[in-house]
Design a binder for this molecule. Structure first.
Ligand code: DPP
Ligand code: ZN
Length: 874
């Protein structure tokens, strides 16, 4: 496939101001009649050919201004419709296509999920419904008429507001017409037809307009929508209060479907969701699920302004809507929950997913310059790093200028498809500053590394901090320019309190922030009366790595005293990471693994410090993951050694603090509530339990089995099950059987059952996992189920995926090949689990490469999978 390049962007020669779609739904032969109102662009010569995109379409007829088109004047293939010499004046092009929703296994375009007709058009799915200028800078007003058999689809939903509905006399069919007054790109088009239950509510906007809200789900699931509805109303209020943004239609509809490639989709007025981000019930959803539902509902709702009202000029600008909207949903969740704990979990995710991406063959700038398949760019870099870049903008400009920049952006670009340059210009103007260097955050791939040198002069009472930044070379990116990096910091005195910061005039320090702009820069602080302990990168003020040889003593001090909770957590993580890397080295040399006693003791203080938020304590007790350690090692990775190291440290903590952990593991026995405080209690208790499970003192298996049996909610039940299975404890088989028996009819719960087994780090787990692919409840055509078994194996079971025999790689490669022609997006996403293969020790790396070469040798790979395999091997 050819590479598409940002520098080649040119506006389309024609505009489509409005369109009328008539969709007659039928399982195998849906007929779509599209009436496109087309105008020649101002700079377009009369007679310039019009080329519309298609993808696998069957054309039934074309009319121009009501007359059948001359066959010689058009060229039609499944993937293109060309009008060789369109009328010079505005004209109406009517296109009739036929599509087969039931045969649509890619889940792009119009398809059926458990009998419900639904659509997914981002990024390029609309062209699988009708021929169109399927690009985000074509903004049109849509009117959609949907028709179906009443018994098949009593509910018919479209974008915008409902305008008309009725029966078709003399038939068993009915119709509904929806009109969306806001011009929008085709990727935001949606329709739904099905037999669904509705949960309804209303919301009154700040200006007093009443909006009808509805969540559509499978019959029988109505009671599982309360949390999603509550999250929606809170999101709507929050956006008014925080950004002054009000909802703009009379209705807001959400539909939950069980077959969905992504998390959810922000179609105007008609969000379509993967049901795992809508349905929540204490018996089947964990606290993490509740938090995810809240975040994803908010995310899609926030897109109404950041994405829909203002959209992207081209797909290179994807971060314009995604990075910004992730930032907005993270801020929302921080306001709903504990801000420091939310920050810790967001940074954990960033480091777990984005840092490895940014350090390997799939690295790309937040705004890529080239792509071969846009679906492969819905990445942690575009989303999560994109959000960090917006956060840095706010950090550097301050909250008031940031808000002024946002206001200007909405005022200036509402109704447009725009770019990162236009976005940044609003902030530069509002703040009266220049953001040219800041724009590099969008241009350069790779995680900056900041080397820190710190010298204290007692004589001058002066602290000199020298920071040097660099980005390690990446394929296609040798040289980089220095970024603007906000480094929040503090100096702790002996009493643990923050000292006043008195920078020299030459130092670029504002408040508690150093602004690093050069490759190397020195910041000098005065009146520093005693050698302080440095707390650097507070709140993780920039997405960078630090190379700072801070003493163990200082880190232990920070872990207990830092006024910034994020850095308290980070200090413990840094200490643990160092220790785990040392232990992993010993494990590779078959030495006895003897964890550092002081560090093990330090965890005891966290366990018993009741002044700390339990959710925070849970985060602190959660050691860096095996993937985190592998990423920090960066090369010659031996997953078995890392696993052994981590187990040894966890076991030492579990044994040393056994009785305190038994106490911590107690549940309070209160009735279930999904709020952050109650979830934090459960997280802490279950984290304590997990350390006990590794220590495996007499009675542990019984304790876990009881916890499993008596659990009153899914969080407690699934954690007990996971601990039993992952530690191979007595009772795990019985618990798996009981879980299956109880939840076999509840897909979202069964996904967890598969996931627990897929991530078991045991030598004998592999046969079980491969056997599970033949389980009656395993269905590789359902993306959630496939991910719960195969993707969670590939990303969450490092010892077994990267097994020294190569069997784990082969299993995943086989699965990629098996599903690639059915669902390329899911296949290529699964394949990205190979992205860090070069960091493995050479035997494993060679085996991973063989598996990749085997995939690459297939000549009918999808464009999605071809792109990933080529980049992984480059
Ligand atoms: N635009 C969707 C989202 O991130 C993904 N396709 O919300
Ligand atoms: Zn999004």
């Amino acid at each position: 496939a050819v590479a598409i390049r940002l520098e080649d962007y040119a506006p389309a020669p024609y505009r489509i101001s409005k369109l009328f779609l008539d969709v007659k739904l039928a399982p195998q032969a849906t007929v779509v009649t599209a009436e496109l109102h087309i105008e020649r662009g101002n700079a377009t010569k009369a007679g310039t050919p019009l080329e519309l995109d298609g993808d696998g379409l069957e054309l039934e007829g074309v009319q121009i201004d009501g007359f059948p088109a001359d066959p010689a004047a058009i060229t039609a293939t499944p993937d293109k419709l060309v009008l060789h010499s369109p009328p010079a004046d505005p004209f109406v092009l009517t296109i009739r296509t036929r599509v087969n929703p039931e045969a649509n296994t890619q889940l792009m375009g119009l398809y059926r999920s458990s009998g419900t007709y639904c659509t997914q058009c981002e990024a390029e799915g609309f062209r699988r419904i009708t021929y169109f200028l399927d690009r985000p800078d074509i903004l049109s007003v849509y009117t959609t008429r949907i028709e179906a058999r009443k018994s098949d689809a009593p509910i018919l939903l479209g974008n915008g507001n409902p305008s008309e509905a009725g029966d078709i006399p003399g038939t068993d069919r009915h119709y509904a017409i929806w009109h969306d007054p806001f011009p929008k790109p085709s990727y935001l088009f949606a329709l739904v037809g099905g037999d669904l239950a509705a949960v309804r509510d209303t919301f009154t906007t700040s200006s007093g307009r009443s909006v009808d809200l509805a969540i559509y789900v499978e019959h029988g699931r109505e009671n599982w929508c309360d949390w999603a509805m509550d999250s929606l109303k809170r999101s709507m209020r929050w956006d008014e209060e925080t950004f002054g943004l009000e909802y703009d239609l009379d209705v807001f509809n959400i539909v939950a479907v069980s077959d969905f490639n992504m998390g959810a989709m922000e179609n105007k007025g008609l969000n379509i969701f993967n049901d795992k981000y809508v349905l929540a019930d204490p018996q089947t959803a964990t606290d993490q699920d509740y938090a995810n539902v809240e975040a994803v509902i908010a995310h899609e709702y926030f897109h109404n302004w950041t994405g829909n009202r203002i959209t992207c000029r081209d797909w290179f600008q994807l971060c314009l809507k995604e990075g910004l909207t992730v930032f907005r949903d993270q801020e929302f969740s921080s306001d709903m929950r504990s801000r420091p704990v939310k920050r810790i979990s967001d940074v954990r995710l960033l480091k777990a997913h984005q840092f490895p991406e940014d350090a390997g063959p799939l690295a790309h700038p937040v705004r890529p310059r080239t792509y071969r398949e846009i679906n492969n760019f819905y990445t942690a870099t575009v989303y999560e790093k994109g959000a960090e870049v917006v956060r840095m903008l706010k950090t550097l400009l301050g909250p008031d200028s940031f808000r002024a920049g946002m206001d200007l952006y909405f005022q200036r670009h509402d109704g447009e498809a725009t770019t990162i340059e236009a976005f940044l210009a609003c902030f530069a103007e509002a703040a009266g500053t220049d953001l040219d260097q800041f724009a590099l955050w969008y241009e350069q791939a790779g995680t900056p590394l900041i080397k820190v040198d710190c010298t204290y002069s007692e004589e001058n009472q002066e602290l000199r901090l020298t920071l040097s930044q660099s980005i390690p070379p990446l394929p296609g990116q040798d040289e980089t320019d220095p970024n603007v990096i906000p480094v929040r910091f503090g100096l702790l005195g002996e009493d643990g309190k923050d000292m006043d910061l008195v920078p020299t005039p030459a130092s670029d320090v504002s408040g508690d922030m150093m602004v690093l702009k050069q490759r190397t820069q020195t910041f000098t602080l005065q009146n520093v009366q005693a050698r302080p302990v440095l707390s650097l990168l507070r709140r993780f003020s920039a997405p960078v790595r630090l190379d700072f040889d801070q003493s163990k003593q200082d880190l232990l001090f920070l872990a207990q005293r830092d006024s910034d909770p994020f850095n308290r957590w980070q200090a413990t993580q840094t200490l643990a990471t160092r220790e785990l890397i040392r232990l992993a080295g010993d494990a590779r040399q078959d030495k006895a693994l003897l964890p550092d006693v002081k560090l093990v003791d330090a965890f005891g203080e966290t366990i018993s410090d009741t002044t700390l938020d339990p959710a925070f304590r849970a985060q602190t007790l959660d050691l860096p993951s095996e993937a985190d350690i592998a990423r920090d090692l960066g090369k010659d990775v031996d997953p078995d050694a890392i696993h052994a190291a981590r187990q040894a440290l966890r076991k030492a903590i579990g044994l040393q603090h056994h009785s305190a952990l038994i106490g911590a593991a107690q549940l309070d026995g209160e009735a279930f509530s999904p709020d952050a405080a109650a979830a934090g209690q459960r997280a802490f208790a279950n984290r304590a339990l997990s350390l006990l499970a590794v220590a495996d003192e007499p009675g542990t298996a019984e304790l876990l089995k009881t916890r499993f049996d008596m659990a009153t909610n899914m969080t407690d039940r699934i954690s007990a099950l996971l601990m039993l299975v992952h530690n191979g404890l007595h009772g795990s088989e019985a618990a798996l059987a009981a879980f299956l028996n109880r939840f076999q009819d509840t897909s979202l719960a069964m996904d967890k059952w598969f996931m627990v087994q897929a991530t078991a780090p045991k030598e004998d787990a592999f046969d079980r996992i491969t056997a599970l692919t033949a389980h009656p409840l395993f269905d590789k055509t359902n993306p959630n189920r496939l991910r719960s078994l195969v993707q969670s194996f590939a990303t969450g079971n490092p010892t077994q995926f990267s097994h020294a025999s190569g069997r784990g790689f082969d299993f995943v490669a086989d699965m990629v090949l098996e599903i690639d022609n059915r669902n390329p997006q899911v296949a290529s996403r699964l394949l990205t689990s190979f992205r860090s293969w070069r960091a493995l020790e050479e035997n494993r790396a060679a085996l991973a490469k063989q598996a990749l070469l085997r995939i690459s040798a297939e000549d009918d790979l999808s464009r999605d999978t071809r792109d990933i395999v080529d980049r992984c091997l480059q």
